[in-house]
Design a protein around this ligand. Structure first.
Ligand SMILES: Cc1cc2nc3c(=O)[nH]c(=O)nc-3n(C[C@H](O)[C@H](O)[C@H](O)COP(=O)(O)OP(=O)(O)OC[C@H]3O[C@@H](n4cnc5c(N)ncnc54)[C@H](O)[C@@H]3O)c2cc1C
Length: 406
């Protein structure tokens, strides 16, 4: 699957690139992680810390899957509001999901600060804007729901938004506890950490076939073989080519990074900005003074149209930034199109699958993929090391999602 078209910004921030060998020969381990993106890297860190002999393989270069397209907004709020989660899953499960996201944010901060590599992790506030008057009631209701369940949120009316930003919106939620990150440096920092603790990492090493037995799994790569007691498939959206999930679907999304800008002082607290319209627009800044914006999701275009679409959609995104921040020196430096996966019910997919013994899956599909990867890695590190985790069932791959009794 062609995951990305165009040029993403992040690899230019890690020069020279960290490189890993290709697997040649036969090895064994406690846990094999297939996929060296965000889900795999977070899992590798946690599992090596718990003393597991861990191997990571990736068919591309490390971090060159969707994690390289990731725009690096880390938020506890989701595309699906808490109010909507409670309607779909029931009060207990809906609130638990949001609590897990909030806890994952704290874990991501601790994790980033424990690495030798600077992952450009900066705590940020978020501004979730009503795109039109019709969405005011939705955000007012969400404000009350978040407050009721103890989340840190303020309701900003038009005057307060205009007083702090150069644009006007009818209403917005202003939340604490979010962050921005450089996902590419985070993935490499995590795997650098895991390698130092004994994990073996291989790139350009594709899983081409697995044999599943009662005692473990044998994974075949073009030049090697790995015997693993347990396997984590953290193969991102390409998991849909390995095991199709009825609840998941893939689209295209777009992003740009501008050239560094002279003056971003009008951007209050450098907040993460997003909006209620769907497909939506979201924006952040970077520590080297750029704006990264993304959104405009649509059906995946024909292969021969994806690169040109990345350019045109990039220009649309630039115009949308200008509508919010009319800066004189706005110009595109990087523009990319990428596959983006979601689930119909809004929850990621994490856990075992009955047809794959001794295996677990991390499918952090949705706009908060990094936060979901953190939740998934924590759950699986518990379960794989012989523990138990009550939350895994919420993300079951075979769930039917009947609302739980309140
Ligand atoms: C444009 C865009 C913007 C996004 N913005 C955000 C954001 O702001 N915040 C956020 O939290 N999330 C965001 N996401 C989502 C986020 O990128 C993903 O959730 C996350 O990075 C995916 O990590 P992953 O490890 O699951 O997948 P990947 O990074 O794709 O890693 C999976 C890896 O598995 C490897 N692989 C696949 N098959 C095999 C095989 N057979 N053998 C060996 N290796 C294999 C691939 O090469 C790949 O490197 C965004 C996504 C896109 C596309």
């Amino acid at each position: 699957m062609e995951l990305i078209n165009g040029n993403t910004f992040w690899p230019s921030t890690l020069v020279p690139q960290l490189r890993y060998p290709v697997l040649e020969g036969e090895i064994s381990c406690d846990c094999l992680i297939i996929g060296g993106g965000m889900g795999g890297a977070l899992s590798a860190k946690l599992l090596t810390e718990k003393g597991q002999r861990t191997v990571v393989i990736d068919k591309r270069e490390i971090g060159h899957g969707s994690s390289m397209a990731n725009t690096g907004l880390l938020q506890y709020s989701n595309d699906k509001t808490l109010t909507s989660c409670i309607h779909t899953f029931g009060e207990q499960r809906g609130v638990r999901f949001y609590e897990l996201c909030r806890t994952a944010m704290q874990k991501l901060e601790e994790t980033a600060s424990s690495l030798d590599m600077d992952a450009w992790y900066i705590p940020r506030t978020s501004l979730y804007c009503a795109s039109s008057e019709e969405d005011v009631a939705l955000l007012e209701e969400e404000y009350h729901t978040l407050k009721t369940y103890g989340f840190d949120v303020e309701l900003w009316k038009r005057e307060r938004i205009s007083a702090n930003f150069p644009f006007s919106k009818p209403i917005a939620l202003y939340t604490q506890g979010d962050a921005e990150v450089n996902p590419y440096r985070l993935v490499h920092g995590l795997l650098q950490f895991a390698s130092k603790k004994g994990a073996k990492v291989y790139e350009r090493t594709e899983m081409i076939h697995c044999e599943y037995g009662e005692d473990g799994v044998i994974c075949y790569t073009p030049n090697g073989k790995i015997r693993a007691k347990q396997v984590i498939f953290s193969t991102g959206y390409e998991t849909q080519e390995i095991k199709n999930d009825r609840g998941a679907y893939l689209k295209s999304t777009y992003a740009i990074a501008t050239k560094p800008l002279k003056d971003l002082t009008d951007w209050y607290n450098r907040s993460l900005i997003w909006e209620t319209a769907r497909p939506y627009l979201y924006m952040r800044t970077t520590q080297d003074g750029r704006i990264i914006a993304g959104g405009l999701d649509e059906e995946i275009p024909r292969d021969d149209q994806r690169a040109i679409r990345a350019k045109h959609r990039g220009e649309e995104l630039l115009q949308k930034i200008a509508d919010y921040f009319p800066l004189p020196d706005l110009a595109i430096d990087y523009a990319w199109e990428a596959v983006f996966g979601s689930t119909h019910d809004g929850l990621p997919l994490v856990g075992p699958h009955p047809e794959y013994p001794n295996c677990y899956f991390i499918e952090g599909y949705g706009g908060n993929g990094t936060v979901y990867s953190m939740i998934a890695a924590s759950i699986l590190a518990d379960v794989i090391t012989g523990g138990h985790n009550d939350d895994m069932e919420l993300f079951s791959l075979t769930r039917t999602n009947k609302p739980s009794p309140v």
